[in-house]
Ligand binder design. Sequence first.
Ligand code: NAD
Length: 479
Amino acid sequence: MNDLHHHYIAGEWVGGVEMSKNINPSDVSDVIGEYAHADRAQAETAIAAARNAFPAWAASSVQDRANLLDAVGNALLVRKDELGRLLAREEGKTLPEGVGEVVRAGQIFKFFGGEALRLAGEKIPSVRPGIDVEVTREPLGVVSIITPWNFPIAIPAWKIAPALCYGNCVVFKPADLVPGSAWALSEIIVKAGIPSGVFNLVMGRGSVVGDALVTDRRVDGISFTGSVATGHALAAKAIARMAKLQLEMGGKNPLVILDDADLPTAVNCAVNGAYFSTGQRCTASSRLIVGAGIHDRFVTAITERVGKLKVDDALAAGTDIGPVVDENQLKQDLDYIGVGQREGASLAWGGEVLQREKKGHYLAPALLTEATNAMRSSREEIFGPVASVIRVKDYDEALAVANDTDFGLSAGIVTTSLRHASHFKRASQAGMVMVNLPTAGVDYHVPFGGRKGSSYGPREQGRYAREFFTVVKTAYTLP
Ligand code: NAD
């Protein structure tokens, strides 16, 4: 079935200048649908519509916004199985992971439905007698939302929901690889009754649509999640015109496993963090930093577990790991496995392309051992089911290696030592720290984001989302 899916601009569904096929990575003969691609002019029309709609939406009742966001959340939850299936089909994560992601998106919309009613200001005594000081938050304005392919519905949700909650108008550009879930989410927002121009969906290439969304002076802020290279290029253009910016980029997340760790917990955390969702998570554990005393037992146990993981069609029952998202990403994963081996690491398991019943981009999860932190495979984001084991002599060396990276998104430690866990929470240079838990897997009502090269600008999610999506005003009154 080749459904045609159009943009949503200025309250209308409109065709694109060209159409692009959405292909299932588990079965490349399966075309999920055709999705419009916009040119720059269409992106500019969407920005103009958002600009026109902004004054009325900014002044709209918070009850109306709360109702709308709650309705979107409910619709997502009701349709979780159908949309989870679409998500798994277009992105390649397993069906339970796809359904879980849709549920997460629903919860996020409902959370921000509540937040619309809780945006309080402050009244502060003035240092000058007789004067009132008020600190309030106002909407930022028109925001561009640019998202990556690896969380096709949750990342759009955690940007769009707070944007609308706080009174902003949105122009949304999803990743061109996975427009299906984004389109379905947009249709739900439209059916919930969003006023014309307040929310616009413009699909297409980053270099065309994305660039218009970044460079157009009518856009007040850009919330972007994606790769470091795109983030840096886009930031330079946005800063040149002083637009507000929020960037979530790559990771090279460490999982430290100390000698005193519970071995099953260590293996569970490592396998989940490194390989689930095909390792295509910005919070994936790609560096397993393991104490010398537990190293050999850990490598034996994890190799045995990884060997049992079923790599197959994302929609098939019992699949642990779906395919890699596309041919380019598969090539990148294979290149890095080769780089690691040439630099001196051993391939203890996996790393080969797998054939399944249908032709897809299947890769056996790869475990590199005897790696060092200096290797390129330990320093650059691979973004696939590839993890490197780095042996260390003690906690101090583990901490130093964990922090010796350009990134700082998530970091984990597996230990039974309260002293080391407490110290690691304080000394880790990551934005999110996990103790006896995988580096991936977070709550939606608390801040999400990283440090160093991983992130730029205010945190996302939870109440912290208001830092980006609102501007602060300080008012002085002499009654
Ligand atoms: P990408 O940078 O290739 O693309 C991200 C988005 O930017 C897409 O919508 C793309 O079309 C758009 N884009 C591309 N060029 C552009 C341009 N010149 N101007 C404006 N927009 C442009 O990233 P990807 O391959 O889709 O996603 C994978 C990356 O995302 C990984 O690096 C991963 O770590 C990162 N990621 C980070 C987080 C986080 O929260 N830190 C979460 C998920 C993914």
